[in-house]
Write a protein that binds this ligand. Structure first.
Ligand code: NAD
Length: 263
């Protein structure tokens, strides 16, 4: 896909991979619509883009709400006239084993990590199809390729996102349109994703205290994330992958050889 001079939406653009993506896309000549549920981090990303001569607008929105995502589309088109690339990147990653995960927590994780992507596709696919061009990317995870302990809801959401994006890509291939899709599966990336658990909806209602095993696993993952890949390097892989028309985008080379690599 030729991206120069076109417009991208990036959700979760106030931090981590989304911030890296927004800055990389702006460097590649795209106008960027920065989306997130807190305004100050979006302003910070917008300032970084402005400082390098790029163009962006910010839209505060919760991707788990369809009306918010619809408003993102309206504001993007009002600002830049058209939209060509959607990066469904916003996500949360709390720790808990399957038994420890409460219903409120299942709903919270799936509403952001899965329904956020569904809302993006629902709103932007018709726009891209009408203009005959567009690309939809979603940030899944290596945790969508194989189950890990103590990440029940997160694993579930990321497996679902991969299935959804694969299905979308195959639907689009069947129509031979210039609308395409890709999925990003990063390994550990140095971001503040693990802090998102602080926003979990039901701390007071958890039926059991999170287990010692969950705490131990959390420490391992904390370590992996603290020593993870820089978000900018992941972003560079995404921009390259979209330009080359890849479906699977892996930012790490230690991904196990699996059938999932087939496109
Ligand atoms: P991050 O916490 O820095 O970024 C997530 C962003 O999403 C934040 O800016 C947050 O404000 C935003 N967000 C959360 N809920 C939202 C909502 N309801 N509506 C709108 N925005 C919302 O973490 P990150 O690591 O950059 O995460 C980005 C994506 O990468 C996530 O989908 C995550 O699952 C995925 N991922 C991260 C890693 C990693 O190791 N960091 C690995 C694989 C996949």
């Amino acid at each position: 896909m030729d991206i120069d001079g076109k417009t991208a939406i990036v959700t979760g653009a106030g931090s981590g991979i989304g911030r890296g993506l927004a800055i990389s896309l702006a460097k590649s000549g795209m106008n960027v619509v920065l989306v997130g549920h807190h305004q100050p981090p979006l302003d910070d990303t917008a300032a970084a883009i402005l400082a390098m001569g790029g163009k962006s607008v910010t839209v505060t929105a919760d991707v788990s709400k369809l009306d918010d995502v619809q408003r993102v589309a309206n504001e993007a088109i009002r600002a830049f006239g058209a939209v060509h690339l959607l990066c469904n990147n916003a996500g949360i990653g709390p720790f808990a084993s399957t038994a420890e995960t409460t219903i409120a927590e299942w709903e919270w994780v799936l509403s952001v990590n899965l329904w956020g992507v569904i809302h993006g596709i629902h709103v932007f696919l018709p726009i891209f199809e009408a203009q005959g061009e567009g690309h939809i990317n979603a940030t899944a995870s290596e945790s969508g390729l194989y189950g890990t302990p103590y990440l029940a809801a997160y694993n579930t959401s990321k497996f679902a996102v991969i299935g959804l994006m694969q299905s979308l890509a195959r639907d689009l291939r069947a129509t031979q349109s210039d609308v395409t899709a890709s999925v990003l599966c990063p390994g550990a990336v140095k971001t503040h994703i693990l802090d998102s658990a602080r926003e979990r909806p039901d701390t007071a209602q958890r039926p059991v205290e999170v287990s010692a095993e969950t705490h131990a696993f959390r420490d391992l993952v904390n370590d992996a994330v603290a020593n993870g890949m820089p978000p900018e390097d992941v972003a560079a892989c995404v921009v390259d992958g979209i330009r080359k028309g890849q479906f699977w985008i892996f930012s790490h080379d230690h991904v196990p050889e699996t059938a999932f690599k087939q496109s």
